[in-house]
Design a protein around this ligand. Structure first.
Ligand SMILES: Cc1ncc(COP(=O)(O)OP(=O)(O)O)c(N)n1
Ligand SMILES: Cc1ncsc1CCOP(=O)(O)O
Ligand SMILES: [Mg+2]
Length: 208
């Protein structure tokens, strides 16, 4: 499976007041190829409803939906899942979701963990944060040097995350990232039109 470009990650603290669907649609219209539903609440009814709507929306744009942290919800909707290092077993996720599912793994700045994630069946490995992040400030820092090493070691898609904007993105693609995963640099906009503009900017950087 060939993946590349912009990976849009939602944030329930940012996408309030009915912004979730129009903002995600704008990101898709601007070329996002993956969307991650990242909602840390325990409102299971709303989470199921929102994720179901996002799955439909992604289908319209030929994009993939992944669920953050929640294998049960991913399994219920038959979509992908992204698991951090304490979010459960990648092996179990692969067993439950099957061979074609997208399963992502957070690796922070550890190539060793990434090796284990690949062995456990991850579809991609995610490194970062690369820049100061408003969304998750405490995440361990990673460097473009690490990204270059990862590019040499891994054949599967490599994701960079953390504080990414169109202004600092180029160096991450140049160091070997296939996709840039973005929350605030995309959705911290004050209109859907601005989200689309930002997404187009990220997408154009990948093509150049
Ligand atoms: C693509 C991608 N990379 C990393 C993360 C971070 O996952 P995690 O460390 O589990 O942190 P939370 O996102 O769950 O707060 C991610 N979500 N997506
Ligand atoms: C979830 C996560 N994991 C590492 S950094 C990060 C936050 C990404 O959000 P932003 O793009 O706003 O820095
Ligand atoms: Mg997590």
């Amino acid at each position: 499976m060939s993946l590349g470009g912009l990976y849009a990650i939602t944030d329930s603290a940012l996408l309030t007041d009915g912004k979730l669907l129009p903002y995600v649609e704008a990101a898709l219209a601007g070329g996002a190829s993956l969307v991650q539903y990242r909602d840390k609440s325990v409102d299971t009814v709303r989470r199921l409803e929102e994720a179901t709507r996002l799955k439909e929306l992604c289908g319209q744009y030929d994009a993939h939906l992944l669920i953050n942290d929640d294998l049960a919800l991913a399994s219920q909707l038959q979509v992908g899942v992204h698991l951090g290092r304490d979010d459960g077993s990648l092996r179990e996720a692969r067993q439950q979701l099957g061979p074609d599912a997208l399963i992502g793994a957070t690796c922070h700045a550890s190539l060793e963990y990434a090796e284990q994630a690949v062995a456990a069946g991850a579809s991609y490995v995610a490194f970062g944060r690369f820049f100061p992040s408003v969304t998750k400030p405490g995440t361990p820092a990673a460097t473009t040097g690490l990204l270059r090493e990862a590019r040499e070691r891994f054949a599967i898609p490599i994701i960079a995350i953390g504080g990414i904007t169109a202004d600092n993105a180029r160096q991450l693609y140049d160091a070997g990232a296939d996709l840039l995963a973005v929350v605030h640099g995309l959705f911290g906009a004050d209109s859907a039109a601005e989200v689309r503009r930002r997404a187009l900017e990220f997408t154009a950087l990948k093509i150049c």
